[in-house]
Write a protein that binds this ligand. Structure first.
Ligand SMILES: NC(=O)c1ccc[n+]([C@@H]2O[C@H](COP(=O)([O-])OP(=O)(O)OC[C@H]3O[C@@H](n4cnc5c(N)ncnc54)[C@H](OP(=O)(O)O)[C@@H]3O)[C@@H](O)[C@H]2O)c1
Length: 252
């Protein structure tokens, strides 16, 4: 259970090597939480490094093999992880960005993006929803993006996947309200992580630590939708209504 201070006893990270997900671990430690951390990620040096980082923070860690693209494996994996314990906070943190200009012109690449950024979040979302319903409590954090609020020419393969997953998790939150569950949809702007390494930062860019702070607050306060930074809400509510003819000329 998440206690009155917003501290969970278990933290399940799907995309356990994500820089943002690992910053969430650090943030929980900073507020005094000592959850068991379950890292679901593809095996390899990045997962090993992530597990060591969690251990170094003084927490118990478990690793499980997780390939977002292998949706057939998800039911068994999540059933195993949830067996005999409650999942207090689950973070859906996997995603791919890649080269957007090649993605929309490459069938295999566009389909891979759609599978990882939309199909896989739906797959794990349904299964996590089942767990939350059974438990009667639990928070699911979905790392969406401002890119899904108004899909732009410059990254529409990624943005369309995020738009879809964002809508799914907002809906899942509505559905789980009557079952004691909570879904926090987080919409960061540009975050300085390995996903964006080498790219010119967009205005209002943030660190993984800032996103993590927003995640931990959203869970504690049962917020449904969180922009990071908060000013993004204003920017995007304006951009959402800009006519297409003008929007396509903007440097976004
Ligand atoms: N960085 C940003 O500017 C930004 C902005 C808004 C939203 N987001 C979202 O935030 C989330 C976390 O991203 P991040 O910034 O922390 O980037 P990151 O450090 O690159 O994390 C991305 C994660 O996705 C995992 N992943 C990719 N394909 C996978 C697959 N087939 N199976 C399992 N895991 C897979 C990666 O695992 P491996 O280590 O195995 O590759 C990695 O853990 C993503 O959903 C991203 O779209 C990021």
């Amino acid at each position: 259970m998440i206690n009155a201070l917003g501290q969970p006893q278990s933290l399940f990270l799907l995309g356990g090597t994500s820089d943002i997900a690992l910053a969430v671990v650090d943030r929980y430690v900073a507020i005094g939480a000592r959850p068991l951390v379950i890292l679901a990620a593809r095996p390899g040096p990045r997962r090993e490094a992530a597990a060591q980082r969690v251990r170094d923070a003084g927490l118990e860690v478990e690793t499980v093999d997780f390939d977002a693209d292998d949706v057939e494996s998800h039911p068994g994996l999540i059933a195993d992880v949830a067996k005999g314990r409650d999942l207090d906070v689950s973070v859906v943190a996997f995603g791919v960005l890649g080269d957007e200009e090649s993605a929309w012109q490459d069938h295999a690449e566009a389909v891979r993006h759609a599978r990882i950024n939309y199909l896989a979040p739906v797959s794990v979302g349904v299964l996590l929803g089942e767990v939350v319903r059974r438990q009667g409590h639990g928070a699911i954090v979905a790392l969406s993006s401002v890119a899904g609020e108004r899909v732009r020419r410059s990254n529409f393969v990624y943005g369309s996947g995020k738009a879809g997953m964002d809508g799914f998790y907002l809906g899942l939150g509505e559905a789980l309200r009557d079952h004691g569950g909570h879904v926090a949809v987080i919409r960061p702007g540009f975050v300085h992580t390995k996903m964006t390494e080498g790219r010119a930062p967009a205005p209002l860019s943030v660190s993984p630590e800032q996103v993590a702070e927003a995640v931990v607050e959203a869970v504690a306060d049962r917020r449904e939708l969180t922009w990071v930074p908060g000013a993004m809400r204003i920017v995007m509510s304006g951009l959402r209504h800009v006519p297409r003819k003008v929007f396509r000329r903007l440097p976004v």
